[in-house]
Design a binder for this molecule. Structure first.
Ligand code: IVH
Length: 673
């Protein structure tokens, strides 16, 4: 046997590795149901990297190692869509939807028909080309005929398969269409981090996704939390589909993320009812939708209906009412954040926006405020997106009467009176013992995604700081029941609960603790990257600039900020106190990934009735441990957590024999972690 044979064996081995990595990537990112630990995944990945380093001629463009790493471009090329990417007619009124249905039925001469209803994702339409199963080109919609070639950037999105699954031979050519978007929670985090760095923030998740996907440097895109839902195909050689439903099913089977809220109905009335149902779910979703898309299911019927001027006659965007309202700015206040940043906030004449009363909106910083030219007394457009802080979109200048007052940022901290200094667009309080900063630091320390001290709310923190019962976050650990009982509205039981929660929080992970201590520029994501590379606080403290900068995604600014953090006297004190208090963390335990921490992997939960935990919190607790939360009960549901007044879901759980547990039992279960 010659060398050629060996190379063949090696090639096969590399192929196997890629296939495994591809599969586990899919389990993790698309299904949210990993089968192996992060450590195992990393081992596979490293092995592939090593082999490819040894044999660079065996690297393929669709190898999982090739997601990031392409060189920055000078400009994007263009890409011509072989089948135009149409746009949709959009309506908001029920009557107009019925008109659409009438028209469709009339044109089809009374044939039976079905509609597919899909959430309308508020992101950016993309086309992905797969040749013989491998991702080769990705482009934006552009004007529908020609888009930009942003292949390198789309490759960095983990839910876009570099290679599709197929039972037999992959189709020679497949054009997949769908929407790139940024999850709301990730958008909030990203904006916080950008704001912290004094960089330009994004107005909404859609802009954030657009700004991220159109970066000339794919490394920047890779660091942005983008996601993708597939919803259609362009050309598909060697594939015949007779319905949109089949298309979606196929896309799901070959490894794409397809929206779980997609449904089929045979009447327009049911479509209208479902539209309402989806609107009710809107706030529970971690991505923005601005309506539903209604599509005629049969492709033959679609073809016979055709299109007029760029919009198909067989589809309709049935939008939700806008989440924007006019209101008046009664005042502009300044809030002092955790790092001393002064944020101007508009105090609004309270206004209802899609069922929620809005009375404040952020103006981000002085530059933003100047750019929009918001004045006290102005009439403004305010937008609310999910549970993101409402935002002043624009000023209606024609409504000005001349009495509006311009706002100036204060020269001193409005809370502690210390001097402020300007750092880019951010004005900062330099006070070392500013009570506003301390309150925010403690709030952050105790928050759900940091040490998760339940019950330590804003009011309580305010009192603790104002009464000088704590002078840093670590002082929480020396609070006594006696001390707590002196606070307003504090009883024996509540005090004990808080002390218990504080005690529980001592057992944590390195990544959480790093996030909790509030190093500037180190958000949750960066904290987990650091926790991956360093075993404990001591290792991190002893790290040099060169060591830090070597961690993926960590740049000079973050590295410097970490060094600065450890130099502070207050840091030394804080860390010493935490250690004395007995705060322990699992070494190298990642938030998501390690087998021990993901013991809910593959388990599906449904919450029903009144429970005291906010749904979002309950959901993230489950997800943190690898589980999933569904909105309806099926045979596949593992647990139904039932609160008071649990209704039909409770009955269904009984019918299917699904395990029903109380909120207390649920809390016990997630506490184990
Ligand atoms: S189908 C011919 N389905 O809405 C059908 N579009 O104006 C063309 N969108 O550019 C699109 N979710 O960015 C379709 N489930 C969905 C969608 C969706 C969001 C966006 C897409 C498109 C725009 C239509």
């Amino acid at each position: 046997m010659g060398g050629g044979g060996e190379k063949e064996v090696l090639k096969k081995h590399i192929e196997d590795l890629r296939e495994k990595i591809h599969y586990h990537n899919y389990r993790y990112y698309v299904l949210n149901e990993p089968e192996i630990s992060d450590a195992e995944y990393d081992r596979l990945f490293q092995e592939l990297e090593e082999r490819e380093r040894e044999y660079p001629d065996l690297i393929t463009a669709d190898s999982p190692t090739q997601r990031v790493g392409a060189e920055p471009l000078a400009e994007f090329g263009t890409y011509e869509h072989s089948v135009p990417m149409l746009s949709l007619n959009s309506v908001t009124a029920e009557e107009e939807v019925k008109d659409f249905d009438d028209r469709v039925r009339r044109m089809l001469g009374g044939e039976e028909l079905e509609y597919v209803v899909e959430p309308k994702i508020d992101g950016l339409a993309m086309e992905l080309i797969y040749e013989a199963g491998s991702f080769v080109v990705g482009s934006t919609r552009g004007d529908g005929y020609t888009g930009e070639n942003i292949t390198q950037n789309l490759k960095t999105i983990k839910t876009i398969p570099l290679r599709i699954f197929s039972d037999d031979a992959a189709p020679p050519l497949l054009e997949v269409r769908g929407e790139v978007f940024m999850p709301l929670s990730k958008f909030k985090e990203l904006n916080e981090e950008l704001g912290e760095k004094g960089e330009k923030m994004f107005a909404n998740p859609r802009n954030a996704a657009a700004g991220s996907v159109r970066q000339l440097d794919p490394r920047v895109t890779a660091s942005r939390p983008l996601d993708f839902f597939a919803y259609g195909v362009g050309r598909a050689e060697g594939k015949e589909f007779s319905t949109q439903w089949e298309v979606l099913d196929y896309l799901r089977r070959i490894g794409f993320k397809v929206n779980p809220l997609i449904r089929r109905f045979e009447s327009i009335e049911k479509v209208i009812t479902y539209h309402k149902e989806v609107e009710e779910k809107r706030d529970d979703l971690d991505y923005e939708i601005d309506g539903v898309v209604v599509k005629v299911n049969s492709i033959a019927q679609q073809d016979s209906l055709g299109a007029i001027s760029r919009s198909p006659r067989w589809a309709l965007a049935y939008k939700f009412p806008a989440r924007e309202e006019f209101t008046k700015v009664n005042d502009i206040l300044v809030q002092v954040g955790r790092t001393g940043a002064l944020t101007p906030v508009a105090v609004l004449e309270p206004v209802q926006i899609a069922g929620v009363t809005v009375s404040r909106a952020t103006l981000h910083n002085e530059d933003e405020l100047r750019k929009k030219d918001v004045r006290i007394g102005d009439t403004v457009v305010v937008e609310r997106a999910g549970d993101v802080i409402p935002e002043v979109v624009s000023v209606i200048k024609s409504k000005r009467t001349g009495v509006e007052k311009e706002f100036r940022m204060p020269e001193r901290c409005p809370v502690c009176g210390a001097d402020v200094f300007k750092e880019g667009p951010i004005v900062r309080c330099i006070g070392v013992s500013c009570s506003a900063q301390l309150k925010e630091r403690i709030r952050h320390f105790a928050s759900l995604r940091a040490l998760n001290i339940e019950g330590l709310g804003e009011k309580l923190i305010e009192q603790l700081v104002d009464r000088k019962m704590v002078s840093d976050a670590a002082d929480l650990f020396s609070l006594t029941k006696q001390a707590l009982l002196k606070l307003e509205r504090m009883g024996e039981k509540l005090a004990q609960n808080i002390l218990d929660a504080i005690e529980t929080s001592k057992e944590t992970t390195f990544s959480r603790l790093l996030h909790a201590v509030g190093i500037r520029h180190v958000g949750e994501h960066t904290a987990s990257l650091l926790a991956d590379k360093f075993n404990d606080m001591d290792e991190l403290r002893n790290a040099r600039y060169e060591d830090l900068i070597r961690v993926p995604e960590i740049g000079p600014e973050v590295a410097k900020s970490i060094l600065l953090f450890f130099e502070q006297e207050s840091t030394k004190e804080l860390l010493a106190k935490l250690e004395r208090a007995g705060v322990r963390y699992e070494k190298k335990a990642r938030e998501v990934g390690e087998g021990v921490e993901r013991f809910l992997a593959g388990k599906t939960f449904v919450f029903t009735g009144r429970i005291s935990l906010p749904r979002e919190d309950a959901k993230s607790m489950v997800e943190r441990l690898g589980g999933k939360v569904a909105s309806s009960v099926s045979k596949k549901t593992d647990y139904v957590v039932a609160g008071e007044e649990a209704g039909s879901k409770f009955e269904q759980a009984r019918k299917f024999g699904v395990k029903i547990i109380t909120e207390e039992a649920f809390r016990e279960m997630v506490k184990e972690a």
